[in-house]
Design a protein around this ligand. Structure first.
Ligand code: TGC
Ligand code: FAD
Length: 390
């Protein structure tokens, strides 16, 4: 049974509105009912539960920050963060499905798309009638996306797209892909590629030890004819996908706190119940130290998220501020998952408890959307004015 009630040592709830709390409790209930009872089984079997897509649509998990006129939730960034936090409390792979759809597929169509593109895709993506994915990373260009070789040529009445993307969340099941590719002049543009276009395939990536309940795959383009109206007209250059990443990284900063809370909550309960040397292990100082440090780090991360969310609401948050939160909170969650796993002793390696699953998931989260070290370099750039990437 899922007994989770949230972690709030500093009364961070006082900073939330009644609407924020209602949204959080509806997503928390959704996770308890639709994700927690099944997630271990899905993860053990490396099964992506496709039916969750419609359910996420119904509960408002897709594009909560997109205006209502396009089917989104019309909510603020604190609400968006809370939704990501609650879903990732259930599982990082489930949060991936939701955050890719909202921040990496709906956001670029909303921000850079034509009115026709917005009306055609956004309501269906919001409701879960359609699933999308985001293709930036390539086999030879991960941290350095500006080197991408996927390209399109202007053939007069259409574009001809060639290349391949790798490590793409949702790709094996996606109806559309927002793909970043270079034109003949080497300028990066976004294109909407639809399943069924000739020469477009999405082979699944198997054998992952992480995000096992999320479907990951490639995007392969072999002379794909893309209609001209599928180019996102609003922005070109690397800045366009990077703006999407700002929004998604923000959601991850909140999501990671959800995973950390779940590990802490499980460790606290287990430590109080598990007897060794005739006492609950919670009575030993070393266990108390672990729990106290977990609570301290979660509390700091909650405050960081809330302030960052307020800056996002005002449109003032910078890429470096988002990097700081993504980097800090994911590393914090990974450390807590490892410590919580130890508190559970041997039981911690089983699917009876969520620790090992969170821990393995977070190894992806600390890598995708910019690795831990790339975010450090983004901060280094901000501090010194000197980019150290190349
Ligand atoms: P750099 O020279 O710094 O910038 C190139 C151009 O882009 C502009 N720009 C931004 N614009 C708006 N917002 C941002 N956040 C921006 N960041 C950069 C910049 O101003 C410049 O514009 P212009 O007009 O001067 O040309 O670029 P660089 O090539 O040196 O690379 C910088 C670096 C390393 C920081 C960046 O490329 C990076 O962040 N790399 C990490 C790649 C990454 O995060 N990939 C994520 C792939 S998607 C994913 O992982 C989804 S997982 C989802 C899930 O399952 O939940
Ligand atoms: P590399 O860039 O090869 O990095 C390898 C190592 O080198 C890292 O430790 C890195 O920090 C380090 N490194 C690289 N450059 C430097 C430098 N200049 N200085 C110091 N160290 C450096 N991408 C998408 O486009 N869409 C998705 O939906 C998506 N989903 C994903 C899902 C999963 C499960 C995973 C694992 C990845 C996903 N990604 C996705 C890709 C992800 O964004 C990349 O894996 C990530 O950006 C890192 O790229 P890479 O794996 O090629 O590693």
């Amino acid at each position: 049974q899922d007994l989770f009630e949230g972690v709030d040592f500093y009364g961070v709830d006082d900073l939330l509105t009644e609407e924020h709390k209602l949204i959080r409790s509806s997503i928390r209930d959704f996770v308890k009912k639709e994700i927690s009872p099944y997630i271990e089984d899905w993860a053990q079997k490396a099964h992506f539960p496709y039916e969750i897509v419609r359910k996420f649509g119904e509960v408002g998990a897709f594009g909560p920050q997109i205006p209502e006129e396009y089917g989104g939730g019309g909510l603020d960034y604190i609400s968006y963060g809370l939704i990501m936090q609650e879903i990732e409390r259930g599982d990082s792979g489930m949060r991936s499905t939701a955050s890719v759809q909202g921040s990496l597929v709906m956001y670029p169509i909303y921000k850079f798309g034509s009115e026709e593109q917005k009306m055609k895709y956004l309501p269906k993506l919001a409701s879960g009638e359609m699933l999308g994915c985001f293709g930036l990373t390539e086999p030879d260009f991960g941290s350095n996306p500006s080197g991408m070789v996927t390209n399109f040529k202007d053939m007069g009445d259409h574009y001809l797209l060639n290349g391949a993307k790798m490590w793409i969340s949702n790709s094996p099941k996606a109806d559309i892909a927002v793909v970043w590719a270079k034109n003949e002049a080497g300028r990066i543009h976004g294109l909407i590629v639809e399943r069924g276009m000739e020469g477009f395939s999405t082979p699944e990536t198997h054998g992952k030890w992480s995000l096992r309940a999320s479907a990951t795959g490639e995007l392969v383009f072999d002379n794909v004819k893309v209609p001209k109206e599928n180019l996102l007209p609003g922005k070109s250059g690397l800045g366009a996908p990077m703006m999407c990443l700002d929004s998604a990284r923000y959601g991850i900063a909140w999501g990671a706190v959800g995973a950390a809370m779940d590990c802490y909550d499980s460790a606290r309960r287990y430590a109080l119940e598990r007897i060794q040397f005739d006492k609950p292990i919670a009575s030993f100082q070393l266990i108390q130290k672990k729990l106290a440090e977990m609570l301290s780090e979660i509390t700091k991360a909650q405050l960081l998220n809330w302030k960052l969310g307020m800056m996002m609401n005002e449109g003032k948050a910078t890429t470096a501020q988002i990097s700081l939160a993504k980097r800090n909170n994911v590393a914090m969650a990974l450390d807590i998952a490892r410590e919580a796993r130890q508190i559970h002793g041997g039981m911690g390696i089983t699917g009876e408890y969520p620790l090992m699953r969170h821990m393995m998931n977070l190894e992806s989260v600390v890598t995708y959307e910019g690795t831990h070290d790339i975010h450090l370099l983004i901060l280094g750039h901000e501090i010194t004015g000197i980019p150290a990437f190349k």
